[in-house]
Design a protein around this ligand. Structure first.
Ligand code: AMP
Length: 376
C-alpha cells in the first residue's frame, strides 16, 4: 500500500490529470507529471514536471525513477512507453487494457469475445473491404478509424448514396472498423473502480447528451430499467476482471428504444461524464483512481445529491471572458476551470456541476447557467 506522502506519476497533463492531482493532494500525496505540453492543466500544479515526448524512453525512465507508481489520464500511451516505465515502477491500469482501449478493432473484438453486446462490425483496410462490408452490414452504418479517434473525430456515417472511395480517403487511415448504426434512445456511461485486491465499485448509469459529437451535458441518477443497469454493471465487472484493471474504467453504452444495452467504447481512466461525482458522491472518480493505484481501500461511490454537469467549451468565450459571477453567486453551482489559455471552439476549458432536487432539474439549471455566463 502506498501511504500518503508517496509520489504518483501521471502520464498526460490535461484536466483529468489536474482533477486527479487535486484529489491526491488533499490526501497528502505528491504528483509528478510527464507530457509533451508546456503550461498544461496539470503541469501548472504538479510537484515535478517533465516536458518531453512520450517516445523519449530515457526521459520516461528518469521520470519513473522519481515516482512510486504510474497512472495515466489518456489511453494513447505508446506501448513502448508503458513498457519502459513498467520495468521501473508499477503502471496501473496495466498494459493489457491499454492495448485494447487504443485500437478500435482490438476493442470491439475483445468485447465481443467476452460475450458483451457490441454493434455488428467489420474490419476495413481498403475501399474494397468497405464496399463488401457495407453490403453485409447495410446502411446507414458508421466507419471509425482504428486508432486515435475521439469526440467523433476520424469517423463518418455511411449512407446508401455515399461515395465509398471518398469516405475511405477522407479518413486518411490504414485500418478502420465499420459498425452497424444503432438507433439509440439515449447514451449513457458507467464508471467502475477496481482495487489491487479485486474489490469493485461503480457509478451510474450516467446519461450523456452530446452536441456536435462532444459531450455536452451529463446527469445522474437516471431511472433506467434495472435490467439495463445490471447489464452495464456486469459489463464493467467483466472487462475490469478480464484485464486485471487496477484503477478506474468507463464504458459508454447505447440504450435502444426496446431497452437493449449495447457497448460503444471503453476508456481505462476517469471520464468526462464522471466529473459530477466530485460534488455529488461521497468519493469522486478521481479519488477512486488514486485509491486504486495506491492499493488503498476503495471509497464509497454513493451519490448524495442529484446532479448534472455541463461542459464549458471554448465556444463560451466567443464574445469575451465569461461572467463567472453568475455561477459563483449560486450555491448549487460548482465551477471548474482547467487553467487553459486560448479558448478555441470545441476545446474543453472547464465545466459546471449543478446539484438540485432531481437530475433533470439540475440539467435544466446547468444549461441555463451556462447560457447566462456567456457574454452576448
Ligand atoms: P465514439 O467516438 O465511438 O464515442 O462516437 C462518438 C459518437 O458518435 C457517439 O457518442 C454516438 O453519438 C455516435 N456513434 C458512434 N457509434 C455509433 C453507432 N454505431 N451508431 C450510432 N451512433 C454512433
Amino acid at each position: 500500500m502506498l501511504q500518503p506522502g508517496s509520489t504518483i506519476g501521471m502520464l498526460g497533463s490535461g484536466q483529468l490529470g489536474r482533477m486527479f492531482a487535486l484529489a491526491a493532494r488533499r490526501l497528502g500525496y505528491r504528483v509528478n507529471v510527464y507530457s509533451p505540453d508546456n503550461d498544461s492543466p496539470l503541469g501548472q500544479m504538479a510537484d515535478v514536471e517533465f516536458v518531453a515526448s512520450y517516445d523519449d524512453l530515457d526521459q520516461i525512465r528518469d521520470f519513473a525513477r522519481t515516482v512510486d507508481v504510474i497512472t495515466y489520464e489518456f489511453e494513447n500511451v505508446p506501448a513502448a512507453t508503458a513498457q519502459a516505465a513498467e520495468a521501473i515502477v508499477p503502471v496501473r491500469p496495466g498494459q493489457a487494457i491499454l492495448e485494447v482501449a487504443q485500437h478500435r478493432v482490438r476493442e470491439k473484438s475483445s468485447l465481443r469475445d467476452l460475450g458483451l453486446p457490441v454493434p455488428k462490425f467489420e474490419v476495413i483496410k481498403s475501399v474494397e473491404d468497405l464496399t463488401n462490408a457495407v453490403g453485409v452490414i447495410g446502411t446507414p452504418c458508421v466507419i471509425k478509424s482504428a486508432t486515435t479517434g475521439y469526440d467523433g473525430k476520424g469517423q463518418a456515417v455511411v449512407k446508401a448514396d455515399s461515395d465509398l472511395a471518398a469516405v475511405w480517403n477522407s479518413l486518411g487511415t490504414k485500418e478502420a472498423i465499420l459498425e452497424q448504426f444503432i438507433e439509440f434512445e439515449t447514451e449513457f456511461s458507467m464508471i467502475g473502480a477496481r482495487g489491487l485486491d479485486g474489490s469493485f465499485t461503480s457509478y451510474g448509469p450516467i446519461e450523456n447528451r452530446h452536441h456536435n459529437h462532444i459531450l455536452d451535458v451529463s446527469l445522474m441518477p437516471i431511472a433506467y430499467p434495472e435490467s439495463a443497469r445490471q447489464t452495464a454493471e456486469d459489463a464493467l465487472r467483466t472487462v475490469m476482471a478480464k484485464y486485471d484493471v487496477v484503477g478506474v474504467l468507463c464504458i459508454e453504452f447505447f440504450l435502444t428504444k426496446t431497452g437493449n444495452v449495447i457497448v460503444n467504447e471503453i476508456a481505462p481512466r476517469p471520464h468526462n461524464s464522471g466529473h459530477l461525482t466530485i460534488e455529488a458522491c461521497e468519493c469522486s472518480q478521481f479519488e477512486q483512481q488514486l485509491r486504486a493505484v495506491c492499493g488503498l481501500p476503495l471509497g464509497s461511490s454513493r451519490q448524495h445529491s442529484p446532479a448534472a454537469m455541463a461542459n464549458l467549451l471554448g465556444d463560451v468565450w466567443e464574445h469575451g471572458e465569461p461572467d463567472w459571477s453568475k455561477s459563483l453567486e449560486n450555491p448549487s453551482s460548482f465551477l471548474h476551470l482547467y487553467g487553459k489559455t486560448n479558448p478555441r471552439v470545441g476545446r474543453k476549458m472547464g465545466h459546471l456541476t449543478y446539484l438540485d432536487k432531481s437530475s433533470e432539474q439540475a440539467a435544466i439549471e446547468v444549461a441555463r447557467l451556462r447560457a447566462q455566463i456567456a457574454r452576448r
